[in-house]
Write a protein that binds this ligand. Structure first.
Ligand SMILES: [Mn+2]
Length: 229
């Protein structure tokens, strides 16, 4: 078992100032670990500053978000057709060191002693979590259990949050689906509280089951946050 605390941190999306506020609040000790749930970059004011903070934080572990996955694939293939318009605000600023750093991001992190897995998006029910594709685990928000379709909330009609269907163990900690507050079920928790949309940046500590939050200094992107799926 890890000797210190284990803080998972939700989608930062370039909100470097709020990340510093949150880390100040956590007051990390030398045995503590920080796990970023992915989507450190894009949309917010300073993606590079966030990458720098994560890279220089002792004991930090970064998971792949759908944003890093897409940029990594572009970097490997050169295929611009997969990119979103806002990727071009980030791409020209990334150094070789930044690209190498993002390529080391992991699809998930398992804490067997805590029966907990941390992952960016989530998992499909009815299939072992460790056999699911990187596309599923970084991109799933909802699924329609009748059709088996899964994807973004806006793309799947009749879709419900994957969290509604997920029966552990393991308990799953995720981000990716922004809401106005932390959402929790028996077997999962989502800690994306939409900082870049003017919500909060959230940390969830696994060993003592505690939530830490800071408010966004301002909305950086306009979107109204819902409370549910
Ligand atoms: Mn995401």
């Amino acid at each position: 078992m890890h000797p210190g605390k284990i803080y998972t941190i939700g989608d930062v999306h370039g909100c470097n100032v709020e990340l510093e506020d949150l880390l100040n609040q956590l007051n990390l000790g030398e045995h503590d670990m920080v796990v970023f749930v992915g989507d450190l970059i894009n949309r917010g004011p300073d993606s590079l500053a966030v990458l720098d903070i994560a890279r220089n934080l002792p004991g930090a572990y970064c998971l792949l978000g759908n944003h890093e996955l897409r940029l990594n694939r572009y970097h490997q293939s050169g295929d611009r057709s997969i990119l979103k318009d806002y990727d071009w605000e980030t791409i020209p600023k990334l150094s070789e060191q930044d690209w190498r750093f993002m390529q080391e991001f992991h699809p998930n992190l398992h804490f067997p002693g805590l029966q907990t897995v941390v992952v960016h998006g989530g998992f499909l029910p009815d299939k072992p979590w460790d056999e699911q594709s990187v596309d599923v685990v970084t991109q799933i928000q909802v699924m329609n259990r009748k059709t088996g379709k899964w994807g973004k909330r806006s793309d799947v009609s009749g879709g419900e949050s994957w969290m509604k269907y997920w029966q552990g163990p393991p308990f799953v900690v995720t981000g990716h689906t922004p809401r106005s507050a932390v959402v929790r079920t028996k077997w999962s928790i989502c800690i994306d509280t939409g900082c870049v949309y003017g919500g909060k940046l959230t940390a969830y500590e696994l060993t003592e089951d505690q939530i830490f939050q800071v408010d966004a200094r301002q909305p950086y992107v306009t979107k109204s946050l819902t409370t549910s799926a």
